[in-house]
Design a binder for this molecule. Structure first.
Ligand code: GRF
Length: 214
């Protein structure tokens, strides 16, 4: 029996380096998926331009002049349904999703964030980490809900903050980890059995070790 690869969409607002990492993983056969659609809310997003250069189906869907978020999300949903998308990957998509949008893809919307959540949600996570003075930060792949970088955690990578780090150096080191973590977390979600247990995504075979109390 030949099974069809899973149909993914990437939603982005900017550079698109995580889109590129996902695309590379698909092309190499490391991710059993098809990148069916790229959507940007910004028509000038470099990631959207890159998607078109790669020959991917790519749509610019800006916030409409009337109708606000509800109208915007209706347009995005229509495009996703038109492309028969099964999973939505947020990759630098700078808009919050409404609960009704999230319900259209239950446990099928994934996000990547450049910190060890729940630390430093929101914008400028790398700057927040530097300013706070943590010695370790990293990146997180999580299922997206309607909150800000909330949702059950799929996987994380730790990145040390070095004493002499500039914002750019730290950002680049985290980004290098993001490019490995996102495709690898997606592969696990698509190919392994898993369920949400409380705040975490538990993969089959991951035993729950209860902490012994005295
Ligand atoms: C990444 O740092 C990602 O974690 C965050 O937004 C940034 C997007 O970068 N959500 P890119 O557009 O994928 O290069």
């Amino acid at each position: 029996m030949v099974t069809e690869p899973c149909r993914l969409a990437v939603l982005l607002s900017g550079r698109g380096s995580n889109l590129l990492a996902i695309h590379t993983a698909v092309e190499r056969g490391d991710l059993p998926a098809r990148l069916s659609l790229v959507i940007s809310n910004r028509s000038d997003a470099p990631g959207l331009i890159r998607a078109r250069e790669l020959g991917l189906e790519a749509a610019s869907i800006p916030l409409p002049a009337v109708g606000g978020r509800a109208a915007h999300e209706r347009q995005i949903l229509a495009a996703l349904r038109n492309a028969s998308v099964e999973w939505v990957c947020l990759a630098g998509y700078m808009r919050l999703l409404s609960p009704s949008f999230v319900e259209c893809f239950p446990q099928r919307i994934v996000n990547i964030h450049p910190s060890l959540l729940p630390a430093f949600p929101g914008r400028d996570a790398q700057r927040q980490a530097l300013e706070y003075g943590v010695r370790f930060t990293g990146c997180t792949v999580h299922l997206a809900d309607a909150g800000l970088d909330s949702g059950s955690i799929v996987d994380q990578r730790v990145v040390p903050v070095l004493p002499a780090d500039t914002l750019d150096q730290l950002t680049q080191r985290i980004l290098a980890q993001e490019h490995e973590l996102y495709p690898s977390a997606l592969r696990r979600l698509l190919t392994e059995a898993w369920e949400v247990q409380g705040r975490r995504v538990m993969f089959a075979g991951e035993a729950r070790t209860d902490v012994a109390t005295t």
